[in-house]
Design a protein around this ligand. Structure first.
Ligand code: AMP
Ligand code: MN
Ligand code: MN
Ligand code: MN
Length: 279
């Protein structure tokens, strides 16, 4: 029997909206008992080299990853690409295109917040951005906390930045087809991130999973920090039904901001086929 390894295949560094530099994240993962770590920044792979080098130096197994933003029928869906080749030009160009859209969205978000009586949010959000090519809602959320419009990042998302609230700007990400094509070009495994977070009916979720599978997607995140225990079960059942490989990832963004730390999640149930089965 192989010993049960601690896989954490979803987290964020300062290359996107995480609080720790890639190397710091790797050190924290090791300290937390993680055996295999994937860094999956939003639409960005520039943190992978630093993380991979640090992991190699410390003897931690590292997996190159990314979290791709796609739009599916008006809903934003995140698709993880695991075990990608970061050197692939089509993957790089596709992610570049998605990041360009973020810059424009950020300007509009700031204009909307300004109309709601909150000035200076574009500069304010950029002050929290480490990678000038990747601005996201989390950076605006940190600015809103700093200026005391809200007490923490979670409430920033409750009162602003989400549909129907000031600072929300609907956005067209990559199509599902394109997002899957980028991951496939980079020889990665495509995994639906935190399926429990999408506002989809059961019927819509099944329709999405069917299209995801037809488009070449093979995995689904079952154990992740935003899922309840009931959702672990719900998505384990859907994984079985659709024949998806199951994944486990904390979606850690930083100490103090994320409820679940690196590697600190329940194990995948033994009857699931894990995404790492043939790694
Ligand atoms: P973006 O890709 O820029 O639209 O931002 C998405 C990110 O915002 C997610 O990856 C989370 O880091 C963060 N986020 C979204 N909703 C929430 C929430 N309710 N509470 C905390 N963070 C959130
Ligand atoms: Mn994020
Ligand atoms: Mn996500
Ligand atoms: Mn994530």
């Amino acid at each position: 029997m192989q010993p049960l390894l601690n896989y954490d295949l979803h987290c964020h560094s300062t290359a996107s909206d995480g609080l720790l530099a890639p190397a710091e994240l790797v050190r924290r993962a090791l300290a937390n008992g993680v055996d295999v770590l994937a860094l999956t920044d939003h639409d960005e792979i520039s943190g992978l080299t630093e993380a991979r080098d640090q992991a190699a130096a410390l003897g931690l197994r590292f997996v190159d990853g990314v979290e791709v933003s796609v739009s599916w029928g008006g809903t934003t869906i995140h698709v993880l690409g695991l075990n990608i080749d970061p050197g692939n030009a089509q993957l790089q160009q596709g992610l570049h295109g998605i990041r360009e859209g973020r810059r424009e969205r950020a300007k509009k978000m700031a204009e909307d917040l300004e109309r709601a009586g909150i000035p200076g949010s574009l500069e304010g959000a950029y002050a929290y951005v480490d990678n000038p090519n990747l601005i996201g809602r989390t950076h605006f959320a940190r600015f809103l906390v700093e200026k005391r419009y809200v007490s923490d990042v979670k409430s920033a998302f409750q009162h602003y930045l989400v549909s129907g609230k000031p600072g929300y700007v609907p956005h067209q990400w990559a199509t599902l087809e394109d997002g899957l094509a980028y991951i496939k070009a980079g020889s990665g495994v495509a995994v639906v991130a935190h399926p429990g977070r999408y506002k989809l009916t059961r019927t819509e979720m099944r329709k999405f999973l069917g299209e995801f599978k037809d488009g070449g997607g093979t995995g689904i995140e079952v154990v992740t920090s935003s899922h309840t225990a009931e959702q672990f079960l719900e998505y384990a059942i859907l994984a079985g039904e659709f024949g998806f490989l199951a994944s486990r990832g904390s979606d850690f963004h930083g100490p103090g901001e994320s409820r679940v730390d690196l590697g600190r999640l329940p194990s995948l149930s033994a009857d699931l086929k894990p995404v790492w089965h043939d790694w």
